[in-house]
Write a protein that binds this ligand. Structure first.
Ligand code: ATP
Length: 590
């Protein structure tokens, strides 16, 4: 009888195997097959490596909100490729000039160099990439370059293509977080019906790797128990639109909580003892940009640990006026932060509290949270608590609304008094009442650029004639088209779009884009623009909200208002659901 081994070595996934999956993901143009391929990958992955795999398929070595960047410029990656395959850096850069993708350059050179794959494990490659990210101090550039070059020497051609793209942030898979959740649910959580448990955990933790690891190493119940924690941003709760005070009171159950609506940046404040971290609406860390807000938190918040939701606005100390969004936005910068904080100080209006002294408050009612908010923020300094007020009267809402407009604010946000803080939700628990919500369409739509159509004549010089833009279908995790935009952009803006789009050009339609129109060039959906249109109409050529029997929705006379990608990811664009509601609202004008 053969002996039973005492321990079985677990066969870890090799990076070459992962690269095969990445190739398949890259080649598919259907979202359903993205989910199938991901599910197959997650099934094959061992529990101990699933976290790393989840980060790597999104081209990262940490959750999105952690500012862990591998930090290598194109030139350094080119130098690492040259060193690995024994060619001159100039040769690498010249092929890069022709092909436009350092991944493909690495792939070609790797084939020519006839490298034997060393079967290095995914986890090992991940550890090395993390080490590159953490390298600092003297000789950083060379140290990073050497680690990457050593890795490139050990892997096959397709692996080299994917690896070289990671430090540059150009891995072109474009897999959205909801699609990763679908893949995980299918492979590891007993199917789609349990997806909502994964989604709820994601809304509270914003960390797909943590969820995958908890699910695989523990179980679904443990995922359900994942809770809000200080230092981990919560996905922001968002608001719906309604046209007027009367409709709002009817729809929201007869009583509402009113707060002013400020037009600045959303800032989620995390305080953990002396450490304060800030996150934007799309969960990027903005701590370094706002030293004034940090000082305010340290001075005005006595609680040991806390998480707040706030809106920060630039403020003119002399005239004691709040400045328009265009001014506030100047604070979104990485350099000369202190000078800018001096010139344009911020005030942060704290409108919610989600965590206090070790306890999550997201399941408390808004009424109770407002009480805690008043008790926790002391005095008016940089932070100004905004506990709002409750009312059951249409006239009261109208008075406060007009008051807000007189103060130069955008309007009000009205909230259901007994509602919980629903991370990531956009529903009628929060409703925005803006100056232009009622009547003709004056509210803007946030669109994602999906491709561009070459122009003729003068415009061709700038490389674009019209942009094909879309909105986000959050149910299907797809981008669907709403318009072609040709006006409202200056020559300078065309040039900027052209330059940016050139870096994210794709050979074919991405799997998560659903379009009937075919532009001259597809681009990766990531540039968000705010668009003003005269009207939302029905159109058979656009796919937003289109069903088998009904035409889609489209924007009439669209024009660009501003770029929004500094605070919005593609998935934060206006959703189809919102667009349809805006369509209905435009006809409820009185
Ligand atoms: P959204 O953030 O809903 O996608 P948007 O970026 O177009 O939409 P608005 O429609 O102008 O923004 O309104 C929502 C935003 O208003 C919130 O994300 C938040 O940043 C801001 N805001 C200002 N005051 C408040 C408040 N009192 N309560 C909630 N949000 C507020």
């Amino acid at each position: 009888m053969s002996e039973i081994p005492l321990s079985v070595t677990i066969q870890k996934m090799t990076f070459a195997k992962l690269a095969e999956y990445l190739d398949r993901l890259e080649e598919t143009s259907s979202r359903l097959s993205l989910i199938d391929i991901l599910a197959e990958l997650f099934n094959e992955a061992k529990d101990e490596e699933i976290k790393e795999i989840v980060y790597l398929i999104q081209g990262r070595v940490a959750p999105f909100y952690e500012p862990v960047e591998i930090g290598m410029a194109e030139k350094s990656v080119a130098a690492a490729i040259a060193q690995a395959y024994g060619v001159e850096k100039e040769e690498v850069l010249s092929s890069f000039g022709q092909i436009g993708d350092l991944g493909k350059v690495a792939q070609n050179l790797n084939s020519q160099a006839k490298i034997t794959d060393s079967h290095i494990a995914v986890k090992e490659v991940f550890a090395q990439l993390l080490q590159i990210a953490r390298t600092s101090g003297e000789g950083t550039v060379d140290k990073k370059l050497n680690i990457l070059s050593d890795l490139l020497k050990q892997i096959n051609a397709s692996s080299a293509k994917h690896l070289a793209r990671i430090p540059l942030g150009t891995s072109r898979l474009g897999i959205g977080d909801p699609t990763v959740l679908d893949g995980l649910a299918k492979a590891r959580a007993g199917g789609r019906e349990n997806r909502k448990i994964l989604e709820a955990a994601y809304n509270k933790t914003s960390d797909l790797g943590l969820i995958a690891q908890t699910l695989c190493q523990n179980d679904l119940k443990s995922v359900e128990e994942l809770d809000v924690e200080v230092g981990r941003p919560i996905r922001s709760q968002l608001a719906e639109r309604l046209p007027d005070a009367k409709t709002i009171l009817e729809k929201m159950g007869g009583e509402v909580h009113m707060q002013y609506k400020y037009d600045g940046f959303r800032v989620q404040i995390h305080k953990n003892g002396d450490q304060v971290r800030l996150f934007s609406r799309n969960l990027e860390e903005t701590t370094a940009m706002m030293p004034d807000v940090i000082a305010g938190v340290k001075k005005q918040i006595k609680a040991k640990t806390a998480i707040f939701d706030s809106e920060a606005l630039a403020y003119n100390k002399d005239s004691e006026e709040f400045l328009p969004f265009q001014e506030t936005t100047k604070r979104r910068r990485k350099y000369q932060v202190e000078e800018m904080a001096e010139a344009l100080p911020l005030k942060a209006f704290v409108f919610d509290v989600m965590y206090l002294n070790g306890t999550s408050l997201v399941d408390l009612s808004l009424r109770d949270r407002m009480e805690k908010l008043t008790q926790t923020v002391s005095g008016d300094g940089v932070l100004i608590a905004q506990p709002g007020e409750f009312t059951q009267e249409v006239e009261k809402i109208e008075t406060v609304f007009n008051d807000a407009l007189t103060k130069g604010l955008e309007g009000l946000v009205l909230k259901k008094p007994d509602s919980k803080y629903e991370a990531g939700a956009r529903n009628f628990n929060w409703v925005k009442l803006k100056r232009h919500s009622a009547g003709e369409l004056k509210d803007t739509v946030d669109c994602v650029i999906l491709g561009y159509v070459f122009g003729r004549g003068k415009r061709a010089e700038f490389g674009a004639g019209a942009l094909l833009v879309g909105v986000y279908d959050s149910q299907k995790d797809e981008f669907v088209t709403v318009s072609k935009i040709g006006t409202g952009l200056s020559d300078e803006e065309w040039r900027e779009i052209h330059q940016r789009a050139d870096k994210i050009k794709l050979e074919r339609k991405p799997a998560r884009v659903n379009s009937i129109l075919v532009p001259s060039v597809w681009i990766k959906p990531e540039i968000v623009i705010e668009v003003l249109a005269d009207e939302i109409t029905r159109s058979p050529v656009h796919t937003a909200g289109k069903t088998e029997n009904e035409p889609g929705f489209a924007l009439r006379f669209p024009r660009l208002v501003r770029f929004r990608d500094s605070d919005k990811k593609a998935e934060d664009a206006t959703t189809v659901k919102e667009l349809i509601e805006m369509y209905k609202l435009q006809y409820s004008a009185k």
